[in-house]
Unconditional design. Structure first.
Length: 50
C-alpha cells in the first residue's frame, strides 16, 4: 500500500537559510521529529543585536 503525506508550510518567525537536513529522500519520519536546521540571515541577526 502506498501512503502519501503532505507537509504544510509553517510560518517561520524569521528569514533564514537551511543549513542541514536530518532525513534522506524516501525516509519515513515521525511526527515532531526535527527535519532541518535553519540559520537566520544576517539582517535578522543584526536586528536582534540592536
Amino acid at each position: 500500500m502506498k501512503m502519501t503525506h503532505v507537509i504544510n508550510a509553517i510560518e517561520s518567525p524569521f528569514d533564514g537559510v537551511v543549513t542541514a537536513f536530518f532525513f534522506e529522500p524516501g525516509e519515513l519520519v515521525s511526527d515532531g521529529e526535527l527535519l532541518a536546521e535553519v540559520e537566520p540571515t544576517a539582517t535578522v541577526a543584526a536586528e536582534e543585536s540592536a
